[in-house]
Ligand binder design. Structure first.
Ligand SMILES: Cc1ncc(COP(=O)(O)O)c(C=O)c1O
Length: 345
């Protein structure tokens, strides 16, 4: 059994966190003269530091207890907190499987943590032997697995992830930013089985609130406590909490949007596959397609000149473009622009 306290940095264990006015008095009514706020206005009060109402809403939808939920200023804040809670700068290491989401290595560098990068195999799956070889390094504290993975769009085999969680005695973070677009199961319920598991999801993708910046971590309450100790006291603004709460009342709309995006993903994928300029459209469990073409730089620049912006990933995967599935009308414009290039050999 993993003892979380043994994995946490000593200075974090000893840390006496900032205690805000809202920590000292949790009531909602009264004459508030405790936080040096302006008594006038409607946005004059600090927000709930622990987002209790929002977590209650998320708890109902996800079937996860409120004390197992942490909310960050985007998933990116949660990624950063993982490093700050578990990794000693200059000494500890993290592991991820490349190509993958670029914030893991950036956040590692910011925190002066060495990021070990094990390449995914040809099917964009984890090479378990290579992964396991790294687990004997006593300074390895964190493993990041992105599933469905950005930019490869596929899900990582469930059994392989499960194997890693059981074999690795540090913290395993599964980034499920795109899980709502996938038919494959989430790991979210397995936080009750594995104390060293953190599952991240976000309001930025299927929930359509990228501007609002709310990332979710589902994990055991011991880890949540350390995250709460380390985070800035008011990391989610009142406006953002309100926007996310409103979104939770529109779940039917969310589901129908996801269905539309998935339908368009299939249509776009089929049309692109038949184009001469396209060599391969990779299977996708996400809201984007990874497409290998003959000349990625040329196609990217031509599309930008037509005001169609996709992501050129050819520096990461040879001649590959990442295309986010848009509205039908947007996808049609992309298809039209690519058809004009179909003469390319
Ligand atoms: C795999 C993955 N995780 C997390 C994020 C960012 O999430 P957030 O907007 O919650 O910071 C992205 C954004 O592209 C992503 O691709």
């Amino acid at each position: 059994m993993v003892d979380i306290n043994k994995l946490v940095r000593e200075n974090v264990i000893k840390l006496i966190p900032y205690s805000s006015a809202r920590d000292d008095f949790k009531g909602k009514t009264g004459i508030f003269m405790d936080a040096n706020e302006n008594p006038y206005g409607t946005m004059n009060r600090y927000p709930d530091p622990y987002q209790i109402e929002l977590k209650a809403g998320i708890s109902k939808i996800k079937g996860i207890k409120e004390e197992q939920i942490f909310l960050g200023n985007g998933s990116d804040e949660i990624i950063d907190l993982c490093f700050r809670v578990f990794c000693n700068p200059g000494t500890d290491k993290a592991l991820t499987f490349t190509p993958t989401y670029g914030m893991y290595p950036v956040s590692a560098s910011v925190n002066d943590i060495e990021m070990i990068k094990v390449p995914l195999n040809e099917e964009f799956q984890i090479d378990l032997k290579k992964a396991e070889y790294c687990f004997s390094d006593k300074n390895l504290k964190l493993v990041f697995i992105c599933s469905p993975n950005n930019p490869t769009a596929n899900s990582i085999n469930f059994n392989d992830i499960d194997y890693i969680i059981t074999k690795f005695s540090g913290i395993v973070v599964i980034d499920e930013a795109y899980i709502d677009f996938s038919e494959k199961p989430s790991f979210i319920k397995l936080i009750n089985k594995y104390p060293n598991l953190i599952v991240m999801q976000t309001f930025s993708k299927a929930l359509g609130l990228a501007a609002v910046r709310i990332g979710m971590a589902f994990t055991n309450p011991a880890i949540i406590q350390y995250f709460n100790k380390m985070k800035p006291p008011y990391n989610i603004s009142a406006i953002n909490q309100k926007a996310a709460l409103k979104k939770l009342t529109q779940i039917d709309k969310f589901k129908s949007q996801v269905l539309r995006i998935k339908k368009e993903r299939v249509r776009l994928s089929e049309i692109l596959s038949k184009m001469k300029v396209v060599e391969k459209v990779y299977p996708s469990d996400a809201n984007f397609l990874l497409v290998r073409v003959k000349n990625a730089d040329y196609i990217y620049n031509t599309l930008v000149n037509k005001n169609i912006i996709i992501r050129n990933r050819s520096k990461v995967i040879d001649n590959c473009l990442r295309i986010t599935v848009g509205k039908k009308s947007e996808n049609d414009k992309l298809i039209g622009a690519l058809n004009e290039l179909d003469h390319l050999k």
